[in-house]
Design a protein around this ligand. Structure first.
Ligand code: C2E
Ligand code: CA
Ligand code: CA
Length: 540
């Protein structure tokens, strides 16, 4: 019988009157709703959903009889019945050597967890059927928390100690979602699109994307339920949620139909959890009170955490110093919400993405420098250059979490660009005028020769401790060395022009050597330009 055919709704009394008989004659059966990876269309798991096939009234929906069962105490018996059916099914699959078995999630009612021996009963059933625990996932709802979170946290710990994966069902439906997530270590979050009624892109979209971002922070994968259209599925994919359970792919189907799906071989990896690198405890990192956060906020300079998937970059968290590096009077909110930090042109975007890809491959620190346009309401637009040092701190199926350290190197870059320009002019000038020329830095004693000096005399781009190396090499004659050293001293003391004819190189070729000094605003000499021109006949 299909899931949506006409049916007779039993009254609460009829439900309770027929319950004993239904258990005895096994009128309940389990439907399976497969869960898919929306990227490759493969099955990654299924949820077991109970159906009551009444011999006279037809199929009954759990939404109708479960509340009655909960009120009356039948629910725990039903859940163990369903669990037994699920284990029997998996046992059969294992015996039949089916290659593509995927985990099955089953619902645990809040009444079950207050029943002392519920987990013991489950374990008896599982062992009776010899089902490895990794084929099973427990679904609990946040409404299971009646009093404090501690009790549920203890139950979840017990499930974990037995090896079960635990899912938080209907996440976001309860008033205390965030609180629950903080205290209870679930492995997977199930997010139901129905709770977020509004249109995608409207309020519902904002809530969904916030929940997704939060789940990413906790490195917890999400399965989205109730996905009925391709648009919804694609939207969820754009947020990084690729595990989908909903009518778009499949309604809950009877066991034999589900088996056919498994046999079709289109199964994929089970929902993986994002793996955070060993030394980094992700949870501590997101908690405001931990040492990790202290370090993040105060000691690592400008730092941020961003996610990367399918060439999409999203900033998730930045510290104060990150904002300071950008300057321009922005806030952390501007950076994260208005995406001011990733405003690249195409070329710079490519550099950044290539660096991310390298970091993913190398699992090591990778660097790049990229120009970005930033806009702030107070300062308008500005083009700044950011040096980024990044490394991957978490990875899941195609999704990565990266830590980045940044430095604003705009001033440095501009200075280099200017220097490069002036140097280029200076070198070209020398080439044209048929002379050898160089720049001498009075403070650092560094000499920067022109292109011709480099080419004809084999000089390096920078000569340190000038003039000693050229004296040593014999380029500058030993008998003129002291005079030349004295010139450097005179320049230091403020001489503005010096000149003489000096025989250069081993061949003692006479050159006219000249110096012109440059002074700063305080009249202090800081640079001198030197030149050497071949002495033409008659000049001597
Ligand atoms: P649930 O655990 O949230 O299960 C998901 C419900 O959403 C299922 O309804 C499923 O058929 C429905 N659904 C899935 N995809 C779509 C979709 O794309 N569109 C629409 N409109 N609906 C979709 P179902 O099977 O009627 O179950 C209703 C609820 O009854 C379940 O909600 C669960 O809370 C409870 N339930 C079902 N089986 C069991 C069980 O064995 N034990 C317990 N304790 N509760 C159960
Ligand atoms: Ca469920
Ligand atoms: Ca659900």
């Amino acid at each position: 019988m299909s899931d949506n055919c006409q049916r007779y709704f039993m009254s609460k009394n009829e439900i309770l009157n027929c319950a004993e008989e239904a258990f005895r004659d096994r009128h309940f059966c389990v439907y399976y709703q497969p869960q898919f990876n929306h990227i490759n269309g493969r099955i990654v798991g299924a949820e077991a959903l109970v159906r009551w096939i009444h011999p006279e009234y037809g199929m009954q929906s759990p939404g109708d009889f479960i509340p009655a069962f909960e009120a009356n105490g039948y629910i725990t018996r039903l859940d163990l019945y369903v669990f037994d059916e699920v284990c029997a099914f998996i046992e059969k699959c294992i015996k039949d050597d089916i290659k593509n078995i995927v985990p099955v999630s089953f619902n645990v009612s809040r009444h079950d967890i207050y029943c002392n021996d519920f987990i013991d009963e489950m374990e008896k059933i599982r062992k009776k059927h010899n089902v490895p625990v990794h084929y099973l996932r427990v679904e609990i709802t946040e409404s299971a928390v009646l009093g404090s979170n501690d009790y549920l946290a203890g139950i979840v710990d017990t499930f974990h100690s037995l090896g079960y994966i635990v899912e938080m069902d209907d996440f976001g439906s309860g008033y205390s979602s965030l609180n629950v997530l903080k205290d209870i270590e679930v492995d997977i979050i199930k997010l139901d699109m129905f709770f977020l009624k509004g249109e995608i892109g409207g309020r519902g979209g904002v809530i969904i994307s916030s929940v997704v971002r939060m789940a990413n922070w906790l490195a917890t994968p999400i399965i989205v339920e109730g996905v009925e259209t391709v648009e919804q599925a694609d939207y969820m994919k754009s947020l990084g949620c690729v595990y989908i359970q909903g009518y778009l792919y499949s309604k809950p189907v009877p066991e034999d139909e589900y088996l056919k799906l498994l046999l079709s071989g289109r199964t994929g990896d089970a929902v993986p959890t994002m793996k955070i690198i060993d030394k980094l405890d992700a949870e501590k990192f997101w908690s405001p009170e931990t040492f990790e956060t202290l370090i993040f906020n105060y000691f690592v300079g400008g730092a941020g955490i961003f996610s990367y998937e399918n060439d999409q970059i999203e900033m998730l968290r930045v510290n104060e110093k990150y904002v300071e590096e950008f300057g321009m009077n922005m806030t952390q909110r501007d950076i994260i919400q208005r995406r001011e930090c990733f405003n690249f042109d195409e070329e710079n975007r490519k550099i950044f993405i290539d660096t991310i890809r390298r970091a993913i491959q190398s699992n090591d620190e990778e660097k790049c420098e990229t120009w970005r346009t930033v806009h702030s309401p107070c300062c308008g637009d500005d083009l700044i250059c950011i040096r980024s040092n990044m490394r991957v701190i978490g990875r899941a199926d195609g999704q990565y979490l990266l830590f980045v350290n940044i430095q604003n190197v705009t001033a440095e870059k501009k200075m280099y660009a200017e220097l490069y320009e002036s140097e280029k002019k200076f070198r070209t000038a020398g080439e044209h005028a048929n002379i050898y020329c160089w720049e001498y830095d009075i403070d650092t004693k560094e000499m920067r020769p022109c292109a011709r000096c480099i080419r004809d005399l084999g000089m390096p781009k920078i000569v340190k401790n000038y003039p000693e190396p050229v004296i040593e090499s014999g380029l500058f004659p030993a008998d003129y060395a002291d005079m030349y050293r004295d010139w450097m001293k005179q320049l230091e003391e403020g001489a503005d022009n010096l000149e003489a004819i000096i025989p250069l190189t081993a061949d003692r070729i006479p050159f006219h050597v000249r110096y012109t000094a440059e002074f700063d605003d305080n009249g202090r000499p800081y640079k001198a330009y030197g030149s050497a021109t071949l002495v033409v006949d008659g000049e001597k």
